[in-house]
Design a binder for this molecule. Sequence first.
Ligand code: CA
Length: 207
Amino acid sequence: MNINKLLFVLYLIGAHVCCGELLTPVGATASSSASDTPPVNLINNSGLSLPISEASLHSNEDNTYWASSYSGGTGWLVLDLGSTWAVDGAILWQYNRPNLGNLGVSDFDILASTDMNNWTTVMSDAYLPRSQTDTFGGVQESDAFNFTSTPARYLKLDIKDNHGSNALVALSEVKFTGTAIPEPSSAILILLTGGLIYFKTRILGGR
Ligand SMILES: [Ca+2]
């Protein structure tokens, strides 16, 4: 493979395959919450082991999770990524206070939006397993949910049920995965660069 073909292959890999990042929301709102369990506890890394990654474990300490007010076990969360990304997954850490696993999120949908007005359902009837704190020594592993890559700044978790309590619903931490969407000028530059490499390789006989 000559250098021109190598450049073109690298361009294709860079433009189309590259790497999802772990995205931490910058804002969180909830259908309701108790005063000592606000939704910011879902996005401030509270309770997560270092270094922060999908493999981090969430502690079961007080004031590290979100819990609704008495809601019958349903509710919603809106997470704000701060800017629009091509989002392709959610990483959730289940609520894991000891002997209270019935409060954790079970059935939920995920909706995506760029403007908080128009919403697209990207995941229907997803299921988050009940915390296994007994077997994991009190710390909680994450659960990953993948969906078709969708442009989104706002992600809504529509929580339709918990694990059996008729009181409230709770969750420990939320992140997403996705890739940056190039600015229009950057996108044009990428296309021009790819086109020039292709032209040089295939039309001018660089093969
Ligand atoms: Ca937390």
